[in-house]
Design a protein around this ligand. Structure first.
Ligand SMILES: Cc1cc2nc3c(=O)[nH]c(=O)nc-3n(C[C@H](O)[C@H](O)[C@H](O)COP(=O)(O)OP(=O)(O)OC[C@H]3O[C@@H](n4cnc5c(N)ncnc54)[C@H](O)[C@@H]3O)c2cc1C
Length: 416
């Protein structure tokens, strides 16, 4: 079967791999000159079932409300006239009950755990390098109160079979010796031994190369999708700025740009862009970089090490499709990083970046078809698309093959 995958982020490229592995003839259409040019470019890199909590929780409305009046660095919610923002926010608020948060988190952690297994399978099958670091992730808490709350929250993930341990600061420093000089700043940590990290961009680009060179996947770069040609309930071609590309099946993996392309096809996707910032620093001979990744939970700042680089990420901002940034946007997260790893990297050489998370109100992605029976969606991976991409790729490949996916997709399928 000929399949056109639209978008060469981590989601589109892993799907291309799975489809080619199943024996399909795959073409990937991407408007940038290379893969992972948007959200998959410089994310935090955490493969983190241990952080699979949904953002829509009973605490979220109060946090959003406060952010209207405070100039916080972690969450920046500024109302605009965008009707999509309002309809998305209403759906988000509806998911903030304890019951919905519990259901969504359980679905999400199951998908994350399944995906991590699929990611490791793909890495083993292909040998693609991505600066992967196993050995767990540390979720650090600065106060006894937040530590106790964080430790109590883990129950919902542990119920699904994920090992998470509340540990004291000495054990955290044994697990990551880079924390030893600063361990007294923390009350304790939650350690997820099976979590890991790796560079999603390096993975995506290396996997794309493998797909092209070994599996015959065709990449049409510098090619922007503009719309679709249809006949009855079928798509007959993707209209691009370089002509029409015809296939038997089409999969929309366009990240935050998916809703615009879906709208023209009568599908309303509740995927909204939520901006995040990251800064990457060379380790450059500094002698105490982190051994494994983690999150400073009180500052909502994540860190990871990729070979000879360290990356820090933070902030959830409602800014529409604006990806601009200025050095002051990074002051807080760099302050946090210097506080934990004063000799972890060369702070004089920051590479700044900002991009948009394709968030759904539930925090779980969206699969399935809309009005056209050969157009499938694989979108809305939010703040965990690197963690979830490989499992979602397998799910979509199974759906296209008419096979039952290995995990329950309740709540993630489009009606139709
Ligand atoms: C600051 C930050 C930190 C994050 N940290 C983590 C983390 O630690 N762990 C984790 O699991 N996830 C993390 N994420 C989330 C993760 O990065 C995303 O969920 C993931 O990258 C989404 O991948 P995607 O392929 O769906 O989207 P993208 O990577 O954006 O890919 C979509 C592609 O479609 C292309 N495209 C769009 N429109 C068109 C068009 N009209 N024609 C042709 N091509 C088009 C784009 O150019 C792009 O290449 C983070 C995100 C951010 C912003």
């Amino acid at each position: 079967m000929r399949v056109a995958v639209l978008g060469a982020g981590v989601v589109g490229v892993t799907l291309a791999y799975e489809l080619a592995r199943d024996g399909h003839e795959v073409t990937v259409v991407e408007r940038h000159a290379e893969p992972a040019g948007e959200t998959s470019f410089a994310n935090a890199g955490l493969v983190a079932p241990g952080h699979a909590y949904t953002w829509s929780s009973p605490k979220a409305p109060r946090i959003l409300w406060r952010s209207l009046f405070e100039d916080g660095q972690a969450l920046r919610f500024k109302p605009s006239l965008d009707p999509r923002l309002w309809s998305w926010s209403l759906k988000f608020l509806r998911n903030c009950t304890a019951e919905r948060a519990r259901t969504n988190t359980k679905r999400k952690v199951r998908l994350c755990m399944y995906s991590q297994g699929e990611l490791n399978r793909i890495a083993a099958e292909t040998g693609v390098d991505y600066h992967g670091l196993k050995g767990g992730l540390l979720y650090l808490y600065r106060t006894q109160e937040t530590f106790e709350r964080g430790a109590a929250n883990t129950a919902i993930l542990s119920e699904e079979g994920l090992e998470l341990r509340a540990i004291d600061r000495d054990e955290a420093a044994r697990i990551d010796p880079a924390l030893a000089p600063v361990k007294d700043k923390f009350a304790g940590a939650v350690y997820c031994p099976s979590d890991e990290s790796g560079d999603a961009c390096v993975f995506t680009r290396n996997l794309a190369r493998h797909c092209a060179e070994r599996l015959g996947v065709v990449f049409r770069f510098d090619t922007a999708v503009e719309g679709f040609a249809t006949e009855g309930d079928r798509v007959t071609g993707v209209r691009t700025d370089r002509g029409v590309i015809a296939a038997d099946q089409y999969v929309n993996c366009l990240g935050v740009f998916a809703p615009g392309m879906a709208k023209g096809m009568g599908v309303s996707l509740p995927v909204y862009p939520i901006k995040g910032y990251s800064v990457t620093l060379p380790i450059d001979g500094r002698n105490n970089p982190p051994a494994i990744g983690g999150v400073d939970e009180d500052n909502l700042t994540a860190y990871a090490r990729f070979g000879d680089r360290m990356r820090i990420t933070a902030t959830a901002e409602f800014a529409g499709y604006d990806t601009s940034h200025s050095p002051s946007d990074f002051d807080h997260m760099l302050g946090v990083a210097r506080d934990i790893f004063p000799d972890g990297a060369n702070y004089e050489q920051p590479s700044y970046w900002a991009c948009l998370r394709p968030m759904t109100p539930e925090g779980t992605p969206i699969f399935g078809r809309g009005r056209y029976r050969n157009m499938t969606f694989n979108v809305g991976h939010g703040h965990m698309g690197w963690t979830m991409a490989a499992g979602c790729a397998r799910v979509v490949a199974d759906l296209l093959a008419g096979r039952k996916p290995a995990i329950d997709l309740t709540g993630m399928m489009l009606p139709g």
